[in-house]
Design a protein around this ligand. Structure first.
Ligand SMILES: [Zn+2]
Ligand SMILES: [Zn+2]
Length: 554
């Protein structure tokens, strides 16, 4: 009998940013690590979020023994509400991660169907034939863990997102000792975060941001409004601690920030000195130099609290020249324009605005740079190395680092989503493919926006549309009324009467030609009208709107 092999199937997170999801499979057991979402690019008109295609999991639902979460970032937990019906197994995560999952499930009214099981760093628990151990790591959210997964073939380490912060805020350093011990025990394969694999050196400590923020609060006589990622609990903690130090009261605004702070305080991840936190209404009565507002909106999100403050839609806060606004965050690629809009508007209102482009030390990354990645590789000493969490360039850079540290080139494997990696005690190779890809979510519709719908949306967005309505006689297809031409996003009809008249003439000529050539089929007539109009428009004004002929019969 052939010896069972272990299968590792990434369904997201490789050669792309976001929607991290990795499947581990042995015999009849499947363990899923993370279940994240991605964000739409500029071409995906109207799409709210992107989730991994989990067809493979729904087909094998009865074999899924558990979903283990490394941390509470959207790219690791965001798809859970959408795939919960496919993965009805228990969900394991640390306290804060599960608190965030719960908020998400409440929003989707799904709390009843999830079986959430809390884990702590150091815990070992069984998921089918896998034995999983959680290891504490530093990241830009509290309560992040790496996973050691003991399988019948050997031990795997899946780092999740991490960095090594020797002077962290609010938690210990990444548990390097444990990584070293596991390395000594023998690790078959390491799957590690590649986000910053191109960056030399070490990722600066979270504490360096505290020093910068301290300087901005010191002696400042303005009201301070600060924003960061709601999930960056450590940053929020630093702001609160510094506020207390400099005699300021703190108000929190913005739903995700309020949720995050509430959950973190309850779980003990944020400590608020007594008499520091106040309602935003109460804050207003205090002198400017005693106010600090922590708000959402670091990515320029429309309708976030900072956005509403900037554009005058916030009930309590109006921006004036007596404000210092601090954006303590990086701009996620794709959000440059929205962030820029907010900064411009805040400046226009007279506020002083500090952001990363003018003050680099206002943010640090939560992901390990080259020296940290090498340290993990050197401690874990894996037989095989599989870079994850990154685009091809990041995966390649990470692969070179592994080789530099001593992993032989033929034991490094760069995978892709849907490609099955088969791992034996002494072998690694790609063995087949499974369905994988992206599913687009628009409103409550999951997957009903496919490539055809997207192509239409792109066409409509770029060229607009033209509807040609006409009534034809049932007997001989002669024109009874119309053609009427209605346009949207193409030309303003009232100012383009000549063009519209000409288009109408084109349609009438086409209908005549159809009659002469005995073309009676309406599909064929519509096609002729379409062709005639699009070649006319192309010739006359070099534009190609979507053309929709509609025939009514009389
Ligand atoms: Zn993360
Ligand atoms: Zn991530």
């Amino acid at each position: 009998m052939a010896v069972e092999k272990l299968k590792i199937i990434p369904l997201g997170g490789l050669n792309e940013v976001g929607k991290n999801l990795t499947v581990y499979e042995y015999g009849n057991d499947i363990l899923v690590v993370d279940c994240g979402l991605g964000f739409p690019d500029g071409e995906m008109y109207g799409v709210d979020v992107v989730i991994p295609d989990v067809t493979y999991l729904s087909r094998n639902a009865d074999r899924i023994r558990g979903l283990v979460l490394t941390h509470g970032h959207e790219d690791h937990i965001g798809a859970i509400p959408y795939v919960l019906k496919d993965i009805s197994a228990p969900i394991y995560g640390t306290a804060l991660t599960l608190a965030l999952v719960k908020y998400k499930l409440e929003e989707h009214r799904l709390t009843d169907i999830a079986d959430l099981r809390e884990i702590k760093p150091g815990d070992r628990f069984s998921v089918g034939c896998f034995e999983v151990e959680a290891i504490h790591v530093n990241h830009s959210i509290a309560c992040a863990v790496a996973l050691a997964i003991r399988t019948p073939v050997g031990m795997l380490i899946h780092t999740g997102d991490f960095k090594i912060d020797t002077t962290p805020v609010g938690c210990p350093m990444t548990d390097l000792t444990r990584f070293g011990e596991l390395g000594r025990e023998g690790v078959l394969a390491l799957l590690s975060d590649s986000t910053n694999a191109e960056r030399k050196g070490f990722s600066p400590s979270e504490r360096t941001v505290g020093t910068t923020l301290d300087g901005l609060l010191e002696g400042c006589d303005k009201r301070i409004i600060a924003t960061t990622f709601a999930s960056n609990v450590y940053r929020v903690q630093q702001l609160i601690t510094l506020a207390a130090k400099h005699g300021r009261k703190v108000a929190i605004t913005g739903r995700s920030m309020e949720n995050m702070v509430a959950a973190s305080v309850e779980l003990g991840y944020i400590e608020i000195p007594e008499n520091t936190l106040v309602e935003i209404n109460k804050l207003k009565g205090l002198p400017k130099e005693q106010q600090l507002i922590i708000t959402t909106g670091s990515q320029g999100e429309a309708m976030s609290a900072l956005y509403r403050m900037a554009f005058g839609g916030h009930k309590q806060i109006e921006i004036t020249a007596a404000d210092r606004v601090i954006l303590s965050a990086s701009t996620v690629p794709g959000n440059e324009k929205t962030v820029s809009r907010i900064i411009n508007e805040l400046l226009r209102k007279g506020a002083e605005v500090l952001y990363r482009d003018v003050l680099g030390s206002l943010h640090v990354s939560g992901h390990a740079c080259q020296e940290e990645l090498k340290m993990i590789l050197a401690l874990v000493k894996p037989r095989y190395f599989i870079p994850i969490h990154g685009e091809q360039r990041h995966l390649r850079s990470h692969a070179s680092l592994a080789v530099e540290v001593g992993v032989p080139t033929n034991r490094v494997l760069i995978g892709d989503i849907g490609r099955v990696i088969e791992l034996g005690k002494k072998s690694i190779h790609i063995a087949g493919v499974v369905q994988a890809g992206r599913v687009l979510v628009d409103g409550t519709g999951i997957g009903d926006v496919g490539s055809v719908v997207l192509r239409d949306r792109k066409h409509l967005a770029e060229d607009g549309m033209l509807v040609v309505a006409m009534t034809l006689s049932r007997e001989d297809n002669s024109l009874i009324s119309g053609p009427d031409i209605i346009s949207r996003g193409f030309v303003y009809v009232r100012e383009s009467e000549d063009l519209i008249d000409e288009l109408r003439m084109q349609v009438i000529d086409t209908l005549d030609a159809c009659q002469e050539n005995d073309i009676r089929n309406w599909t064929a007539i519509k096609a002729s009208v379409k062709t005639a109009l699009s070649s006319y428009l192309q010739k006359q004004i070099k534009r190609s709107p979507m053309i929709l002929p509609i025939i009514m019969e009389n």
